[in-house]
Design a protein around this ligand. Structure first.
Ligand code: COA
Length: 189
């Protein structure tokens, strides 16, 4: 399974590299997400706190979307009864999609979906190599909650903006054929 499967041709989703990517004009409409990308992300990369993947058009340097992944744990008591069913009574190893955003000029054109599916595929691959029970996201507002819930994420107990998706559900998502939006724009043959 290639990491590139959810790339929306002629766009690419690649690990951020300072020499190759220009973040200066990025604007997703949420100041804290813009600020993190421009002013904090490099430190997080250097210190090993997160890895950031960026959306760029083939042949261009401008970053038009991004997501960031970090290892995380969810306290067992933060799970709902359903989420905790059958699990050991210990904190749960997860991968956190701490941030995901698309430049305002491209919103509503399925790039958010492509970034999310790309992230989920990457996390699924990781779960084959090490213990990862679920994906966690921190939704920035209620609108972002609705975006993630459309893909099966469910809130943790008493934390409406912290959402959780078990790896078996991620596997089902790919087995049921979740792909980039249209074959015409897809990098997948
Ligand atoms: C949220 C965000 C990432 C969505 O990206 P996008 O490219 O605009 O969304 P897409 O075009 O890929 O939409 C994918 C699906 O989600 C739905 N969707 C998108 N934004 C939504 C929202 N705010 N509320 C509910 N549903 C939403 C779309 O209708 C679409 O559904 P469909 O596949 O059934 O047609 C983007 O709008 C953004 O960057 N917003 C600002 C930052 C942010 O809120 N980040 C998320 C939390 S950290």
């Amino acid at each position: 399974m290639s990491d590139d499967t959810n790339e929306p041709f002629p766009w690419k989703i690649r690990p951020f590299k300072k020499a190759d990517h220009d973040r200066s004009a990025f604007d997703c409409g949420v100041p804290s997400l813009n600020d993190w990308l421009k002013n904090k992300m490099s430190q997080w990369e250097k210190k090993g706190f997160s890895r950031t993947l960026v959306l760029v058009k083939d042949g261009e340097r401008a970053v038009r979307g991004y997501y960031a992944l970090s290892p995380h744990t969810v306290l067992h008591e933060a799970l709902t009864e359903d989420q905790g069913k059958g699990l050991p009574m210990v904190d749960v190893p997860v991968v956190l999609i701490g941030r995901l955003a698309v430049d305002q000029t491209l919103q509503g054109q399925a790039f958010g979906r492509d970034l999310l599916l790309h992230a989920l595929r990457r996390i699924y691959r990781l779960s084959l190599a090490m213990g990862v029970r679920a994906v966690e996201v921190d939704a920035i507002d209620d609108s972002a909650v609705r975006f993630y819930r459309a893909y099966g994420f469910e809130p943790l107990a008493d934390q409406p903006r912290k959402l959780y998706l078990p790896i078996p559900v991620v596997r089902t998502l790919f087995e049921s054929g979740a792909k980039p939006r249209s074959p015409r724009r897809s990098a997948v043959p």
